[in-house]
Design a protein around this ligand. Sequence first.
Ligand SMILES: Cc1ncc(COP(=O)(O)O)c(C=O)c1O
Length: 399
Amino acid sequence: MTNWIEDEHQYVFQNYGRQPIVLERGEGTRVWDVDGKEYLDFVGGLAVNVLGHAHPVVAKAVADQAATLIHTSNLYYTKPMIELAKILVENSCMDRAFFCNSGAEAIEAAIKLARRWGHDTRNGAYEIIATLDGFHGRTTGALAATGTLRYREPFAPLAPGFSHVPWNDLDAIKAATTPLTVAVLLEPIQGEGGVNMPAPGYLQGIREWCDANNLLLIFDEIQTGNGRTGTLFAYEQEGVEPDILCLAKGLAGGVPIGAMLAKDELAKHLVPGDHGTTFGANPLATAAGVATMNFIIDNELPAQAARASERIVARLRSMEDRLPAVTEVRGRGLLLAVGLDRDCSADVVAAARERGLLANNVRPNAVRLMPPLIVTDDEIDKACDILEAAILAVTGAPK
Ligand SMILES: Cc1ncc(COP(=O)(O)O)c(C=O)c1O
């Protein structure tokens, strides 16, 4: 019998800290490993599987498109990419979409568009202000924007022109702004940083500062987008419109894709030859995107995510009363984290996994939950029961 984990250790780069299970199939919010053990999947492919696993609408779109036209290159027009762009534009504050293959690539595109605009209209301004603990991806440009030293430092020197300021500190953005600053780049809710919420007025304050100083505001909604936080995009709940919006993760229901959206005035600065990628706007990925986005919109899944969130948050908050180790429940919609009073999240995640729940130790002292938008009440109740038992097993007696 194949020992998959041993083979992985032998043949695959060891750059991931994987959980010791081999997943074989999924359906909705559930996945099964090669031994047939069932798990409730509250990681959701790291906020990717918005419609859960093996959703028939996504599966059919992929199968139909695979049997029709998988790839053409961007030398030609294809229907799914135009359809997906239209859906995104009609349902956001943006005018145009550029497609790529991942979140990091969407950020790279945003950096280039901002710098192209700075080159054309702002005497070559190129500096981008980002936030500490912000996460924007692992390619060298996106990494330069990422605000976690341990991810960046071994790969120095990274692209110049990025500065990092503390999260929720508008004055720090003001102080970091120079005549060469072209943009402010941040997530409306920091995801990988630990599900950190923006303070009331923070994002509005940044928008006003950008307007007053002719700076672009770039929102990385790679994790918060596609209905996860209770609206199609998180910016809608903040009353703030960015100039550039980066998407990826859930956009095609699990098929790799990324997108940069921008207002027309800005988008026109990218001209033929400025940017591109072979697989970008690939018919397979964009057909999956059309099916996923139409399903999210037609079935009002953002509102469903908000309702599901209320149930989870109520359950998690009730744990705060019973379990001394639970210090905080934070997040919005189905991007949530349970804060713990000690660095035990890896043990809690392991204990939850053994009990049949997949959760994510986003920080040493925080467990993150990102179930699909189609998660049911029963699944929420079961997952919360398991999480409570896991926290109890790791941290000891209730209050
Ligand atoms: C907010 C945010 N931006 C960018 C990225 C990078 O996306 P990808 O891993 O698809 O390159 C991530 C991935 O976790 C993310 O959460």
